[in-house]
Design a protein around this ligand. Structure first.
Ligand SMILES: *[C@@H]1O[C@H](CO)[C@@H](O)[C@H](O)[C@H]1NC(C)=O
Length: 365
């Protein structure tokens, strides 16, 4: 460590005596690990190459492919990296998993010259590529202006980000070859073979599959203004609505498209704009359209709420039973709580998937 520091100082000193331009060139690389400057890019350890076993379909073949969609932005990057790492580590056929990252930004302009997407927008993607050099993810731009006028303020500001609504537009955003997709939030880790969840039987009519919680108090997701309006309440006529979490869901993209579900969710967002009928962001309109109509999946596939409530992010325990997927939904995020040195017990289950290499410790290794 001391020797390395000496060597670096020597490099800097040598460079300083040369021309100023050369000095900048020489110290650029070590400076990101020497200084704790806020502009230093986050760095992650490189993940090993996970390879398909013999029983797997050949790499790149559409047969046997598992399509997974996640949003990608700088704020949740550390969570995204951990989620991807956990998925690759626990699936039998890691090279058959196709990741689709949704990034905020207008579609690139045609023609010469740089488009409106700036280099900074692409940073999280650069980090993903550097951390998983064998992955070859696809990236799809989600235009925030599609949803900006439709968002109404929720109880937690983080829920109001346009990218949080991208899951409503999956059917328009993903390439036509994707017939079924698993959508995952960035605050999950998967500790089982993700293919089991992805290949759930949707029957001949279900559009979405997810764990369902029929004992949760469904009433509280909507306001009195909603329940006291017979016309609105009628949305649930003929089904027994149960809460489900849209942070982990399998979607039949073709059925979603055919059924016009994007428009149906948008219509409820328009109602919310006129008259406050719920408190949260993108979840309640999904419930209005799909609750009671989804294919239920075993609860082991979404141990949700580990981030605590939406107000304070208190510590929570695991739900009873087996665990295939852990989900830090709620305000508390494991990377923030670990960094603050006040982690919850469940955060230690996330830590082994954390590839983040804090700038300050980069030199100590
Ligand atoms: C469910 O939530 C509503 C609204 O918050 C509340 O009025 C009602 O008492 C709750 N029901 C039960 C069974 O807890």
């Amino acid at each position: 460590m001391a020797a390395l520091l000496m060597a670096l100082l020597l490099v800097v000193a040598t460079a300083a005596s040369a021309s100023p331009i050369r000095r900048v060139d020489v110290i650029r690389l070590p400076s990101s690990s020497l200084s704790s400057s806020a502009s230093a890019p986050p760095s992650f350890r490189e993940a090993p190459a996970f390879r398909n076993g013999e029983e797997c379909p050949p790499r790149g073949s559409p047969e046997g492919r598992v399509d997974i969609a996640m949003t990608l932005d700088a704020n949740y990057l550390r969570g995204t990296v951990a989620a991807v790492f956990s998925i690759l580590q626990h699936t039998a056929c890691p090279e058959s998993v196709a990741f689709h990252f949704l990034v905020a930004g207008a579609p690139p302009r045609r023609g010469p010259g740089p488009g409106p997407g700036t280099a900074a927008d692409d940073d999280p993607l650069a980090a993903i590529r550097a951390t998983f050099p064998y992955l070859d993810p696809s990236v799809h731009r989600f235009d925030p202006s599609r949803v900006r006028g439709r968002i109404s303020r929720s109880v937690r500001h983080a829920l109001d980000q346009p990218l949080n609504y991208a899951r409503i537009y999956l059917a328009d955003t993903l390439p036509a070859g994707v017939r079924r997709v698993l959508y995952l939030d960035s605050d999950v880790v998967v500790v089982d073979d993700v293919r089991k969840l992805w290949s759930v039987d949707l029957g001949d009519r279900h559009v979405v599959a997810a764990p369902e919680y029929c004992h949760a108090n469904f009433t509280k997701y909507f306001t009195d203004a909603f329940w006291s309006d017979a016309g609105l309440r009628a949305a649930f006529r003929g089904r027994r609505p149960c809460y489900f979490n849209t942070g982990v869901m399998v979607m039949d993209v073709a059925r979603w498209r055919r059924g016009g579900y994007t428009r149906r969710v948008e219509e409820w967002m328009a109602v919310q704009k006129r008259k406050r009928i719920y408190h949260l962001g993108s979840l309640p309109p999904f419930l209005l359209v799909l609750a009671g109509d989804i294919k239920p999946v075993d609860h082991r596939w979404n141990q949700h709420g580990l981030g605590g409530d939406n107000m304070e992010g208190r510590c929570r325990n695991l739900h009873p039973g087996p665990v295939s997927l852990l989900h830090w939904s709620g305000k508390g995020k494991p990377w923030l709580r670990l960094d603050s040195r006040k982690p919850c017990t469940v955060d230690y289950l996330w830590a082994p998937y954390d590839l983040y290499k804090a700038a300050a410790t980069a030199l100590e290794e």
